[in-house]
Design a protein around this ligand. Structure first.
Ligand code: FEC
Length: 306
């Protein structure tokens, strides 16, 4: 039986506070952060315990998906992890596949919605690395409407609503990582896709109150997509809401942008405004999510005709 590769790609995170500067420089495409910017990022990592659990969770996700795929029996799958901003890099994973004689691989980013500025750049790196000598790649651009992924989101929103005193009065806010607003002029599908998956979850649950917002905007001069989660909390408090559920649907793991930006920063703002904020549980390596990702890969295999 030949083995089909899966190039699973994720953001990556520093292993320790000593690595934060190099990581931040990589995110900024080689431009070092100023001492103040670096200190601010170190402070946020310290606030979540010094390191982000992202690396460990990504590794668990990859192992669990490989296990589920191989339990089907028909095809042997081998998952290779490649990170955008830390080791092992996407190019390292592609080189490992080549070394292992993998001829075909499905490339998937652990981010469900497509933007040329996010998922698109992972695929560019993967294609570049595979250009000379392969493997042949089938790139999955988006998987935000995968039925089991929507089920997993819906069950987490339902669970969070159960923690509210008046679930039918609570506002559900679907968030995702903000991006520079210029993506709107590029005809990028990111904003529409976030609405599509949020609407699908709202429909599944018959939600009466839901809205969309952006979080974790970069600290750059140019305008980013808004409204920001913190602004939405202010408007909702003014409108008389008392409870909100934040569903960070663009992220599939616990990491800095969830554990700091929502659990510390947004919760503190909500408290000042007299709002109760409940965040939905992240997907991590929960079996329902792992099954959904395996479905995405199996679908991609069929679409590729492999
Ligand atoms: O837990 C961790 O250690 C890592 C958490 C983390 C994830 C993540 C995901 C995305 N980002 C996306 C876009 C941008 C753009 C910039 C940017 C900057 C940062 C910084 C940190 C950071 N991001 Fe990130 N991102 C995570 C962490 N990100 C830290 C730098 C300091 C800061 O601004 O907070 C701006 C780049 C620039 O300055 O030029 C753009 C997108 C995602 C979701 C998709 C994906 O996972 O790839 C989009 C997780």
């Amino acid at each position: 039986m030949t083995t089909l590769g899966v190039l699973m790609m994720a953001y990556g995170t520093p292993r320790s506070l000593d690595e934060v500067e190099a990581y931040y420089t990589d995110i900024r495409r080689g431009r070092k952060p100023s001492p103040a910017e670096l200190a601010d990022l170190v402070r946020r990592y310290e606030a979540i315990g010094g390191v982000s659990p992202l690396r460990e969770i990504t590794e668990r996700q990859a192992k669990a998906v490989e296990h589920v795929l191989n339990a089907q029996g028909e095809t042997a799958f081998r998952v290779y992890l490649g990170m955008k901003h830390t080791e092992p890099r996407i190019a390292d994973a592609v080189a490992d596949m080549r070394r292992d004689g993998i001829e075909r691989a499905i490339a998937l980013v652990l981010a469900p919605h497509y933007s040329a500025m996010s998922v698109g750049t992972y695929h560019e790196q993967a294609r570049e690395a595979a250009r000379d000598g392969g493997p042949k790649l089938y790139c999955v651009n988006q998987w935000h409407l995968e039925p089991r992924f929507l089920d997993a989101l819906a069950s987490r929103v339902e669970e969070a609503l159960r923690l509210c005193k008046s679930p039918e009065q609570a506002m559900v806010i679907f968030t995702a990582h903000s991006l520079p607003a210029r993506i709107l002029d590029m005809g990028d599908p990111y904003v529409d896709q976030l609405r599509e998956s949020g609407e699908a979850v709202a429909k599944r649950l018959g939600l009466a109150h839901y809205t969309f917002g952006w979080q974790s905007a970069g600290r750059t001069q140019e305008p980013w997509l808004g409204p920001d989660l913190l602004e939405i909390l202010e408007s909702l408090a003014k409108e008389g809401y008392r409870e909100v559920v934040v569903c960070s649907q663009g992220f599939v793991a616990d990491h800095l942008e969830v554990l700091y930006d929502i659990d510390i920063e947004a919760k503190q703002r909500a408290e000042e405004l007299g709002l109760k904020l409940v965040r939905t549980r992240q997907m991590n390596d929960d079996p329902d999510f792992v099954r959904a990702v395996a479905d995405v890969i199996e679908r991609a295999k069929r679409d590729a005709g492999w």
